[in-house]
Design a protein around this ligand. Structure first.
Ligand code: PAF
Length: 272
């Protein structure tokens, strides 16, 4: 079935209510568009696990600070429609800003704890913006499974916590990071990188790999990023068994993370 684009909240709510009434389960894939294979992997997973897949494309102003890239954030609805259709999406919700935020926003959702540190420290209003729009999208979509990428690992923790704390009828599914052959995690923001920055951007994955193998992962990650002249480290940290790194390549901020399983046997043998 070809993808159908809906712009109104009422219309999106109606079609998904009808899907459920017909006995079909709904998979929801919230995105900000400029879709790439990482998004397609979420959509394909949703299509494998749910009867019908709905994706949303909305560049959410609430999660951008005034100094950030809201107006220049890359957009291409026609290409997004093609990718979504090929990945098994039936309903695409692409509302204009006035539909989602018709006036001043007086109500926001704040998730303490999970939002703190890491991205939350560098972008203090970001996660309230994310939690608020995801709460709205879930309220509009209704009972569903919602798919999020692990690349934005802290975001995934924020969303999981919000859904649990607010008893939303949503099952959150985290999906693995999709990488380029050289290790760079797919991101819409990779489009901003110059050729030299693109080559240097593998430093995030290299840092994580070095961290995964080291007795002092944070120190190892910092050392790898410091050795790349085009990269400036925002943070390299470990939280809940995860190595997380964020760095700037020119004006582009990139994030990446990897599960930490402790130093490799090799390393333990050397130390022991
Ligand atoms: O990860 C994103 O693309 C966005 O933060 C999300 C979850 C769609 C909310 O705007």
């Amino acid at each position: 079935m070809s993808v159908q684009t809906v712009e109104s909240i009422e219309g999106f709510r109606k079609v998904l209510d009808e899907e459920r009434r017909a006995g079909r389960t709904v998979g929801l894939v919230p995105t900000m568009g400029f879709l790439h294979d990482g998004h397609a992997s979420l959509m394909r997973r949703a299509a494998a696990e749910c009867d019908v897949v709905a994706a949303t494309i909305f560049v959410n102003p609430l999660q951008f600070a005034v100094s950030e890239d809201l107006s220049s954030y890359p957009r291409d609805l026609a290409a997004d429609q093609r990718l979504a259709e090929a990945a098994g999406v039936t309903w695409l919700f692409a509302p204009p800003v006035e539909e989602m935020y018709p006036g001043d926003v007086h109500t926001t959702v704040t998730v303490a704890g999970e939002s703190e540190g890491l991205e939350g420290e560098i972008r203090p209003t970001h996660f309230a913006g994310v939690a608020t729009v995801v709460a709205k999208l879930c309220n509009i979509a209704g009972p569903c499974r919602a798919y999020f990428g692990e690349k934005d690992w802290q975001q995934l923790q924020v969303v999981r916590r919000m859904v649990a704390d607010l008893s939303m009828p949503v099952e959150v599914v985290g999906c693995p990071i999709v990488r380029e052959p050289d290790g760079l995690a797919l991101s819409s923001r990779n489009a901003y990188l110059s050729a030299a920055e693109r080559r240097a951007a593998t430093v995030l994955h290299r840092a994580l790999r070095a961290g995964a193998d080291a007795a002092d992962p944070v120190e190892a990650m910092r050392r790898v990023v410091a050795a790349e002249p085009l990269a400036e480290l925002d943070y390299a940290e470990m939280r809940d068994g995860r190595l997380l790194v964020a760095a700037r390549l020119g004006t582009t901020r990139l994030l990446d993370n990897l599960a930490w399983e402790g130093p490799s046997d090799n390393h333990k043998a050397l130390e022991g």
